[in-house]
Design a binder for this molecule. Structure first.
Ligand code: NAP
Length: 321
């Protein structure tokens, strides 16, 4: 075995020994996990960052794993080793994966171990580090729009936080289905969101969004994918037409008007098959991925500060290798 082929016995990883703030995060040397028969060990190039990583660090989204808990749930890299029963992947393949339920260590590490069912080949047209930012937002946008909301041609779909990670992919997926997309974003992101396919963009910082949507679509919209939290979500739900449906990604809606259906419990789960579909859409140029910043691996706490501020355009990705 050559030096480059050999899987090192230890890896650097961002881990916590207890729940809490950024002070809990430590860049540590930990053992590289051993693949079981159905597992894939990925040497990570890039890892996804989202505000959910703060929930994990603070213990508000329990992962059911012992400490030290390695943070990060998704990313992309190269297959370093595979279990004997794994088909469809080979050492050296470029892959990406989302690990939830979290299998072992997280993605903010030099290697991540996952079941093969969580893995897909990474989009070939995207730099592998940047591909690390796609899995969670890609799965979320794809599953909520195509399966849960079952968006149809000529539906009017409202997408909030449209310039963000989920939103910028959701605008494109809904537009490709043939839906009419109305989006919310601050003024500086309007050209960006329009270029992704939205027919109308509302500046939530300057307009009454309920009035703005009701003026354009007097009966209300057919479907909503909501990515904003807090009281704003209760405004968003009021824009649905009678019989309309919404997925509330933040679980913030507390007042559901009669005659509409709101899913507040959605949690995106690992799905290698769906990741393969998302990769195909990227390679066929049906989906473009915006990466605002690559943040060096050593600066993971800064990456979390950026997502916490809630004004990232597209994605923040941790650059591991
Ligand atoms: N339930 C699940 O399984 C699941 C899965 C994925 C994500 N999520 C949740 O869904 C939410 C969105 O995720 P994300 O990663 O796409 O977020 P994100 O990338 O952090 O969103 C950032 C974007 O939000 C926009 N924004 C901030 N406040 C806004 C407001 N009041 N109205 C409209 N836009 C606003 C910003 O645009 P401007 O700069 O223009 O303001 C920015 O572009 C997060 O809370 C995330 O945790 C849940």
């Amino acid at each position: 075995m050559s030096e480059t082929d050999r899987v090192r016995a230890t890896m650097r990883a961002w881990a916590i020994d207890g729940y809490g703030g950024p002070e809990r995060m430590q860049l540590r040397k930990l053992p590289v996990p051993e693949p079981g028969p159905r597992d894939v060990l990925i040497r990570m190039s890039g890892a996804e960052v989202g505000d959910w990583d703060i929930l994990v660090r603070e213990g508000e989204w329990p992962m059911g794993r012992p400490f030290p808990l390695v943070l990060g749930l998704a990313g992309a890299g190269t297959v370093a080793a595979i279990g004997g029963e794994v088909a469809g992947f080979a050492k050296g393949d470029s892959v990406y994966a989302y690990s939830y339920p979290l299998y072992q260590n997280g993605a903010w590490a030099e290697t991540m171990l996952v079941p093969a069912s969580y893995v897909a080949h990474a989009p070939a047209s995207l730099d592998l580090t940047r591909a690390g930012g796609v899995a969670i937002v890609g799965l979320t946008a794809h599953e909520t729009l195509t399966d849960i909301l079952a968006v149809q041609r000529s539906d009017v779909v409202l997408i909030t936080a449209a310039a963000g990670g989920v939103g910028h992919l959701a605008v494109q997926i809904a537009t490709r289905i043939g839906a009419r997309v109305v989006a919310t974003a601050s003024r500086r992101n309007h050209d960006f969101v329009r270029a992704l396919g939205a027919e109308a963009v509302i500046d939530y910082t300057a307009e009454d969004i309920v009035a703005a949507v009701r003026t354009r679509y007097p009966g209300g919209v057919d479907k909503v994918l909501n990515g904003v939290s807090g009281e704003a979500a209760n405004q968003v739900v009021r824009m649905l037409r009678q019989g309309g449906r919404m997925v509330d990604l933040t679980g913030s809606v507390s007042e559901v008007p009669s005659g509409v259906c709101v899913d507040r419990e959605y949690v995106v789960r690992a799905d290698g098959n769906r990741l393969a579909q998302v990769a195909r859409m990227i390679d066929d140029e049906r989906l473009t991925v915006e990466v605002q910043d690559l943040i060096p691996f050593e600066c993971a706490p800064d990456a979390l500060e950026l997502v916490q501020a809630k004004h990232v355009r597209g994605k923040i990705v941790l650059e591991i290798a």
